[in-house]
Design a protein around this ligand. Structure first.
Ligand SMILES: [Zn+2]
Length: 141
């Protein structure tokens, strides 16, 4: 998560794309793109792109399937806020005051509180899940 390396992906159009639905390799430039709302996505640097996931598909059918999948995924504001908080913290490893956090995330103190709460809940669930060590693989979010 450091930005020391200048090798940005996306500039090189010789890279074939993979369909997010079926994994098919698309190397003839026929891939289709769409952006879907996904509250678990925060962009590395640009807050304007938060909450949007770029999807790639081999056909209109698969693009529709993917859009449908993400439409069914609940968009949780607190999850998005948690991501913004995490990104800000990541950029300021020495720590931040609440005021600085408000400034960096563009969130209100109440939203930050909810975001942190969400993150803690997520960590709790994760620990519970890994603690039980039960049926991984078929996790039904
Ligand atoms: Zn496909």
């Amino acid at each position: 998560m450091t930005d020391s390396e200048p090798d940005v992906v996306g500039e090189d159009d010789a890279q074939p794309e993979l369909c997010d639905r079926c994994g098919a390799v698309i190397d003839d430039g026929s891939e289709l793109y769409a952006v879907v709302r996904d509250s678990s996505v925060v962009h590395a640097h640009d807050p304007k792109l938060d909450g949007g996931r770029m999807i790639v598909a081999c056909s209109r059918e698969h693009l529709r399937d993917l859009q449908e999948q993400y439409r069914q995924r609940p968009f949780v504001d607190a999850e998005l806020w948690a991501g913004k908080i995490y990104r800000a913290m990541d950029e300021h490893p020495a720590g931040m005051s609440e005021e600085e956090l408000v400034e960096a995330t563009g969130l209100t103190p109440a939203q930050i509180e909810l975001g942190v709460l969400w993150q803690n809940l997520g960590a709790l669930r994760w620990h519970q899940r890994s603690g039980q060590g039960g049926d991984a693989g078929t996790t039904d979010e």
